[in-house]
Design a protein around this ligand. Structure first.
Ligand SMILES: C[S@@+](CC[C@H](N)C(=O)[O-])C[C@H]1O[C@@H](n2cnc3c(N)ncnc32)[C@H](O)[C@@H]1O
Length: 242
């Protein structure tokens, strides 16, 4: 497990990175815009949006909505350039139902797993094991708690793990994998994560599928020759690794 840097250290690293990438003037402008945007999220109209999907939590006795994140979580979201928003259960199940695989041979991995909702939903399928990787410690802690509290008569996999750290440092296990990405990263981070996956598969080839949900940085996948598109909808693409 990676050490989690303090909020202040993460903030400084974010500021330094912005200035390196964009220069002092533009970088400062981007930082100010991001912080103003964070402030606007506290307006009642925007807050209301975040309470839209509480049914899953009531049904299973967990906390996975994106309602009322603390200021520390909001700041870390800004600094890591990713935002927590959980996958919608109906669509998630439709996506997993598309995969005609022998689940027991596969490890399900959610990179950017937030409070762990997908880990819980994936456990309704008989995967060999399930791993979530999340960079924000506060969300990781909630995920650990959710893994303990989840109850579902449909649960078929009981080996669930939450890994705290940057997905760019995630050690892909030497197992067949279903890797799920709900648009968790900006393009540069996504590129590094996919390159790491490619290197891991080149070292030890194994049957692997990558699901990209919410097609914001799809171009990054086009630059990964080891990924072959298997199925496409407007909301997600399933790739098979060659
Ligand atoms: C859109 S949410 C998806 C949550 C979950 N996968 C789901 O579908 O319900 C993206 C998550 O990725 C996390 N994230 C962003 N950058 C990350 C990184 N470099 N490493 C690990 N997690 C990251 C965010 O903190 C956030 O919780």
């Amino acid at each position: 497990m990676a050490n989690s840097p303090t909020l202040t250290a993460t903030g400084w690293a974010w500021g330094r990175g912005l200035i390196q990438r964009e220069g002092l003037l533009r970088g400062t402008g981007t930082a100010l815009r991001a912080l103003v945007d964070l402030g606007l999220d506290y307006l009642p109209s925007r807050k209301r949006l975040r309470y839209g999907d509480i049914d899953f939590d009531f049904e299973h006795g967990v906390n996975t909505t994106w309602a009322a994140p603390t200021l520390a979580v909001r700041l870390r979201e800004t600094f890591t350039r990713g935002k927590y928003q959980p996958s919608e259960p109906g669509l998630f199940r439709r996506i997993l139902d598309e995969l005609k695989i022998d689940h027991g041979r596969f490890t399900f991995i959610d990179l950017g797993s937030g409070k762990g909702r997908t880990l819980l939903m994936a456990s309704d399928y008989p995967f060999r094991r399930i791993i979530g990787a999340e960079i924000i410690p506060e969300l990781h802690e909630i995920a650990l708690n959710n893994l303990k509290r989840y109850r579902s008569e449909r649960q078929k996999c009981f080996v669930l793990e939450a890994w705290l750290g940057d997905a760019r440092e995630f050690p892909f296990p030497n197992e067949s994998m279903v890797v799920y990405l709900f648009n968790p990263f900006p393009a540069d981070v996504l590129g590094i994560v996919l390159e790491n996956l490619g290197k891991s598969l080149a070292t030890l080839p194994r049957e692997t599928y990558v699901i990209y949900h919410n097609l914001v940085h799809e171009g990054v996948f086009h630059a990964m020759p080891f990924l072959k598109e298997m199925q496409r909808t407007e909301q997600y693409v399933i790739y098979r690794a060659n």
